[in-house]
Design a protein around this ligand. Sequence first.
Ligand code: NAI
Length: 386
Amino acid sequence: MTKEAQIGVIGSGAMGTGIAQVAAMAGHNVVLYDNNTAALEKAKTGLSATFQKLQEKGKIESAAELLSRFSFAATTQTFAGCSLIIEAIVEKLEVKKNVFGEVEQVVGGDCILASNTSSLSITSIAAACSKPERVMGLHFFNPAPLMALVEIIPAIQTEPGLIAIARELMLQWGKLPVLAKDTPGFIVNRIARPFYGEAIRIYEEGIAGIGAIDKVMTEKGGFRMGPFTLMDYIGHDVNYVVTETVFQAFFYDPRYKPSFSQKRLLEAGWLGRKTGRGFYNYAQNAAVTDNITDMNTAGHTMERILAMLINEAVDALYLGVATVADIETAMTKGVNYPKGLLQWCDDWGASNCLAVLDGLYEKYHEDRYRASPLLRKHAAGNKKFV
Ligand code: NAI
């Protein structure tokens, strides 16, 4: 696809506006559509301010020229000349299906239709289209202009040739594309679940407090943010809903079970940083006093969360969700983990990681802690992943 190809974006919220910016900065003309005119206006003002700042910093030549590549549209009719449409509207399957159906009436026969969904099945979205073979997932990360990772997700109906076209285009846009099987959470939102879920479980069991767990994960683990700080930052409306959707989509596999602690925060409207309160109370400068003084507990907390994360990465590999290289890229570029989880497993030793999981399984007798057969195989053979 060349720069002359016109790109359409459905939804001018946080993600749609970011994706539209990326496409315009890569040289395309972009049609940005939203059914809410206030959202469109907000996007226009936001993009204008962003381009102005980039011009002042000398990163682009002309803010006006970049803005002139945009058409802001309140109807899908303007998508007629587009070669690729990327949808980034509300995360509701029925709404997405309707919009795809509507857009398909307008665009040409070879226009590619992509969804930025975080957790819905691409196959089910494709099934709503008269040409499901042209539908795929293109999952960007927030903020789209800054985060390099894009997960490419073909539906089972997708024409295989589209994968190479999407990969090539994402490289042209300066992105790092990885290929993911159409399974719940794709790569990042599947493998990252224990970072939140296991941390909450440790907290709910009273083993360590939120401040202590965050401290261990940043200082000992090297993660940029601890799990509770990160969940507050993402917002519980987003993070909890992804967890619940992934849990349901995995046929209620206990590995992905949501927690009452986080559900209650959502119910109370304590959505995190944006509402001033989540796990932390930001009115009190997020001050927490709980610190782990017992180094055994600290060490075990870190090992427990890490073992669960590695197990997810290994199991995703085992089940063919993605390749070793793509799993490593996804976790280091999509959620900025300090090290790829498969590399981490190699460094730690698969048998050490397995021993932590088997210890948890022994303690709880819960399926949640079952080790992936591939981890067991690597531990037995003393094998490396990377
Ligand atoms: P948002 O709420 O900021 O924006 C959604 C926009 O879609 C709104 O402007 C709304 O007016 C518009 N919209 C809703 N229904 C529409 C319809 N029927 N027709 C046209 N426009 C409609 O949402 P956000 O955060 O940008 O997310 C959009 C999609 O991207 C979701 O599928 C989400 O799961 C996914 N996503 C979100 C990420 C995030 O961190 N926020 C990261 C990666 C993917």
